[in-house]
Write a protein that binds this ligand. Structure first.
Ligand SMILES: [Zn+2]
Length: 66
């Protein structure tokens, strides 16, 4: 199976749009809360989770953000 075929199959199974970068991604995704005022069903991609959501959560955990 080629890469294009594989991606097509994944798309058929249902891709999601990242709530942060608006890029299409596959898989379960991550919960962007409490970083942004998004709906519970919003999902963000791996990249946004690592680059935006996790660092923000760490800062909140250290009390740098109220
Ligand atoms: Zn994203």
């Amino acid at each position: 199976m080629s890469v294009i075929d594989f991606r097509h199959v994944q798309e058929m199974k249902g891709s999601k749009i990242c709530s942060l970068c608006k890029e299409k991604f596959w898989g379960f995704g991550h919960n962007p809360q409490p970083t942004f005022n998004l709906k519970v069903e919003d999902r963000c991609c791996d990249e946004c989770n690592e680059r935006i959501v996790l660092p923000r959560r760490w800062r909140e955990a250290r009390g740098e953000i109220n």
